[in-house]
Ligand binder design. Structure first.
Ligand code: ZN
Length: 315
């Protein structure tokens, strides 16, 4: 009895130790175009099991180096991304883009900086401002809490290079074209087109198989960003979370945003309150009911869309 108890204790300690070391197991990098790979993270919120890793880091191998977009939620996630890059090339990481302020996308910058101190880090100017104003530290402690310490040791490497809308960065024969919005998923979003590869990295302006928070977002602004992404006419769309695909499969979220805003607007005009709206419009959202986070977010989205609709009618 005693030995089985001590075995149990040592097993618990062992799992705790393995856990506390924070290594994230390798996730496969999928080649989506001639120069670009995406590591599709699990579609869930940051938690103990996924150790905070749940976004879609991407990397593009140019003639002269590697350009990384959104290397994950922690130094550990960033190290996992670096291991996947190493499987494809020995070239150094030269540029790193962050799509927006949410830390599950960019706290992995720490690992990029550790391994490649000369790499340049880019983001929307508002992302840089918000990160310095306290969001970086808030995200570090939030990831630590949600993962019960699995992301510990992560430091914020805040981008120094501010992007502008329509900017083109050419490196190693590949062009990275940026699309900034004032207010879409957040007020800090940058989408990045890998021009020669016919790929666009959407950040959280577009999600797939997952309904995310809109607490910092705008429904109308997100729908507009969606249209800008669609208008690029690229072959492959890479959402912030969930599977990549062509316009028909990867941009379904755009339909969700527009439908929600339109339906909420119609019911507000009928004089319904948010809890009355939900059962009336729910049947129109059958296609999204199975998406991760739908039950959690749908009611909140209705309240937020209502607020936006009412504010908009005063504009
Ligand atoms: Zn986000």
């Amino acid at each position: 009895m005693k030995s089985s108890t001590s075995l149990l204790i040592s097993l618990l300690c062992l799992s705790f130790n393995v856990f506390a070391s924070g290594d994230i197991p390798d996730y496969k990098a999928e080649k989506i175009s001639p120069h670009t790979w995406v590591i599709h993270g699990p579609v869930a919120l940051p938690n103990v099991e996924n150790r905070g890793f749940m976004n879609n880091p991407s990397f593009t191998i140019t003639d002269t180096g590697v350009v990384v977009i959104d290397p994950g939620s922690s130094v550990q996630a960033g190290e996992m991304v670096l291991r996947q890059i190493k499987k494809q090339t020995d070239k150094p990481v030269t540029h790193v883009f962050s799509t927006h302020i949410h830390g599950d996308h960019w706290l992995g910058n720490h690992a990029m900086k550790n391994a490649y101190p000369n790499a340049k880090f880019y983001a929307h100017p508002e992302m840089i401002k918000q990160a310095h104003a306290g969001e970086a530290e808030a995200w570090i402690s939030m990831m630590d809490q949600l993962t019960e310490g699995a992301t510990r040791g992560t430091k914020a490497v805040i981008p120094a290079q501010a992007l502008s809308n329509g900017q083109e960065l050419k490196t190693g024969g590949i062009t990275f074209r940026t699309y900034l919005s004032d207010h879409a998923h957040t007020k800090t979003d940058a989408m990045i087109e890998v021009v020669e590869d016919s790929v666009i990295i959407l950040g959280d302006n577009v999600l797939s198989q997952r309904i995310g928070r809109m607490d910092d977002g705008s429904f109308r602004g997100s729908a507009k960003a969606c249209e800008i992404a669609r208008a690029t006419g690229v072959k492959t769309y890479v959402p912030g979370h969930g599977p990549s695909g062509d316009a028909n499969t990867a941009l379904t979220f755009c339909d969700y945003l527009s439908l929600l805003y339109e339906q909420v607007g119609l019911q507000v005009e009928e004089g319904l309150s948010d809890f009355e709206i939900k059962p009336v419009i729910l049947p129109k959202f059958k296609a999204f009911e199975k998406w991760s986070g739908f039950d959690l977010e749908f009611g909140k989205h209705i309240s937020l869309a209502m607020l936006e609709y009412e504010t908009a009618s005063f504009e």
